[in-house]
Design a protein around this ligand. Structure first.
Ligand code: DAH
Length: 354
C-alpha cells in the first residue's frame, strides 16, 4: 500500500510535467482525484491494511491528495502567467507597418478611359483642367451664348440648387473660366489648349442608355489660325489611340448655340467597319462627339477678341466612350457600385507621363 502510494506520487509528478494546457489540468485532476480516480482506488485498499498501520496509511493518502491538489494549483498559476506573457509578447511583436495582404482595389472604368484620353491630349500639348460640379446660370448657359429664355435651355433638364446655383449639365460650363484663365498667354503668342473632364448631371429617367449622372470631357483650342481640319486631326488622333486602330470619322451638321458652325462627329462602326450591324443600328456610323468652331460671342464673353482669335471646342461623352471601349451595354453599371463587375476593368498602362 505504501509502495503503491509512492508509485502514484511518482506517476503524478511525471504526468504534471508534461502538462502545458489548462484544459488538460482538469482531465489530470479527474484522473487522480475523481470518484473513480487513482486516489479513490488507494482509499479502497485501506480496508486491507492492518489496523495498527491504518492511521499512518490514511495520513499517507491524505498527504498524496494534498500534494496533487497543491501541484495542480501551482501548475495552473504557471500556465496562466505563461499565457499572459505570451499575449504581451504577441502585442509587442505586432508590426503596424507590415503591409496588409488583402486584394488590391481597382480603377473605375471611367477613370481608366479618362486617364487614357488625358494622356493622349497631354502628349499633344493640352493642359488638364479641373472645374467644380456646382456652377451657376451664367457659366452653364449665358456665357455660352444661351441667353435667358433661349429655347436651347430646354435641351437640358437642369438640377437647380438654391442661391442661384445649379449642378453643371455639361462640361462646356467651364469654358468661360478656362478661356479667362489663359487669355493672357494667348496675347503672348501661346495657343490655349485645354481639356476639362468632369461629372455632369441632368434630370433624366434612368434606363440602360440614360443616366442622370455621367461624365464628359470638354476640349478647347484657341489661336490665330485654327480651322476645322485642326479639330478633325485632334479627334482622329485621339480616337485612333483609344481604340488602338485607325478610325474613320465624319462630321455632320449639328446645332449648339456656343459653336458656329456646329457638328456631330461620328466614327465608323468598329465592329462592322461601316457595313452595318446591330451595334450601329445598321447605319455603319456611331455618334460620338459633338463639336464645332467656338462662337465669337463665347470668346467675347471671356474677354478674347473674336476678330483676332478663333478656336474649336468638343464635348466628348466619356461615359459613352467607356461603354464603347469596354463593350458595356448598360450605362447603369458605372454608378452601380457593384465591385464584382467594376473590378473587371484593368489596364496597367495608365500612368501619367511626368
Ligand atoms: N455641351 C454639349 C452637351 O453636353 C456638347 C457640346 C457640343 C460640347 C458642342 C461642345 C461643342 O464643346 O462644341 O450637350
Amino acid at each position: 500500500m505504501f509502495e503503491k502510494a509512492e508509485e502514484l506520487k511518482k506517476l503524478f509528478s511525471e504526468r504534471i510535467k508534461e502538462l502545458n494546457e489548462a484544459s488538460e489540468a482538469e482531465k489530470l485532476r479527474i484522473e487522480f482525484l475523481g470518484k473513480k480516480g487513482f486516489v479513490s482506488g488507494l482509499m479502497q485498499e485501506l480496508r486491507n491494511v492492518p489496523n495498527e498501520d491504518k492511521k499512518e496509511a490514511g495520513q499517507k493518502i491524505n498527504e498524496i491528495k494534498q500534494y496533487i491538489e497543491n501541484s495542480l494549483a501551482e501548475k495552473m498559476n504557471d500556465l496562466k502567467a505563461f499565457e499572459e506573457q505570451r499575449q504581451i509578447d504577441l502585442a509587442e511583436s505586432y508590426d503596424e507597418t507590415m503591409p496588409v495582404m488583402t486584394d488590391l482595389g481597382s480603377y473605375h472604368p471611367i477613370t481608366l478611359v479618362r486617364r487614357e484620353v488625358e494622356n493622349i491630349f497631354l502628349s499633344m500639348g493640352f493642359t488638364v483642367e479641373d472645374y467644380s460640379e456646382i456652377t451657376d446660370d451664367y457659366n452653364c448657359f449665358e456665357a455660352l451664348n444661351i441667353p435667358k429664355f433661349h429655347p436651347a435651355r430646354d435641351m437640358q433638364d437642369t438640377y437647380y440648387l438654391s442661391s442661384n446655383q445649379l449642378l453643371k449639365t455639361h462640361t462646356s460650363a467651364a469654358q468661360n473660366t478656362i478661356l479667362r484663365k489663359y487669355k493672357n498667354s494667348l496675347e503672348n503668342g501661346n495657343p490655349i489648349r485645354a481639356i476639362f473632364p468632369g461629372r455632369c448631371f441632368r434630370n433624366e429617367k434612368i434606363d440602360p442608355s440614360h443616366e442622370n449622372t455621367f461624365f464628359q470631357m470638354e476640349g478647347i483650342m484657341v489661336d490665330k489660325n485654327i480651322s476645322i481640319s485642326n479639330l478633325i486631326y485632334f479627334m482622329k488622333t485621339m480616337l485612333s489611340e483609344v481604340f488602338q486602330k485607325d478610325v474613320t470619322v465624319r462630321l455632320r451638321p449639328g446645332f449648339f448655340p456656343f459653336v458656329e458652325p456646329g457638328f456631330e462627329l461620328d466614327i465608323q462602326c468598329l465592329i462592322c467597319s461601316g457595313e452595318g450591324c446591330p451595334s450601329c443600328k445598321n447605319s455603319g456610323w456611331l455618334e460620338l462627339c459633338p463639336c464645332g468652331m467656338i462662337h465669337p460671342n463665347v470668346l467675347s464673353a471671356a474677354g478674347i477678341n473674336s476678330d483676332e482669335y478663333i478656336g474649336f471646342a468638343f464635348g466628348l461623352g466619356l461615359t459613352r466612350l467607356a461603354m464603347m471601349k469596354y463593350g458595356v451595354k448598360d450605362i447603369r453599371l458605372f454608378n452601380s457600385g457593384n465591385i464584382k463587375s467594376l473590378s473587371q476593368f484593368t489596364d496597367k498602362s495608365f500612368t501619367r507621363p511626368e
